[in-house]
Design a protein around this ligand. Sequence first.
Ligand code: NI
Length: 259
Amino acid sequence: MIIDTHAHYDDEKFDGDRDVLLTGFRERGVELVINAAADLDGCRNTMELINKYDFVYGMQGVHPDDVGALTEEDMTFLRENAKHPKVVAIGEIGLDYYWDKAERDVQKYWFKRQIDLARELKLPVCIHSREAAADTLEVLKEANAQEVGGVMHCYSYSAEMTEEYRKLGFYFGIGGVVTFKNGRKCKESVAKLPLECIVLETDAPYLAPEPFRGKRNESPYIQYVVQMIASIKGVTEEEVMRQTSENARRVYPKLASIG
Ligand code: NI
């Protein structure tokens, strides 16, 4: 069975068939899904999903693209939601210097504030970082993020950076990109990382693996990611599923306590 540690089933691309799709997951080999919030609406919709489906867990957080208008009131809203027993992490939070939708200082401020919130609630974090490897690491260190732990989502940085994030005890989210023909960097990361540091993720509806690249992604497609990781590591697909599920429960302890 598979644990999809990062998906966005609140996305409008699922509006037409969300219920049919999600209720069919278990039969298709998906044990648990963690719905990641990106903005405040996403946070609200994530709470609805976790209350509706027993196998859906959630994160509460605001993505760097959407921190521009955040307020203290919003932080209170996140804090209250995140106390729910099925909210397993604060995420996705971080820095995005590719889109640069908010000023970099503003991104850093709310990134740090949300790490502080995670510490206060004793929750791990799920990190979105794009073209901001060094600054992300700096904020994580300043905020003592090794005390909360978490996952580098959709991981794509260099081997040197990987070592730095590993020193903080972070896990690495691997998804569809590892199956892409131009996914060489991601394949190299998987080759170097111990299986004990990897968790599976879709980022659905985005980043569908081959042979569905470009289409809407969904958690059962993780089997193609499992196949690729198994072939890179020279282990069975069962071993990849078993170890990554164990990792997911280790990095997100609230999963283990309920599941
Ligand atoms: Ni995401």
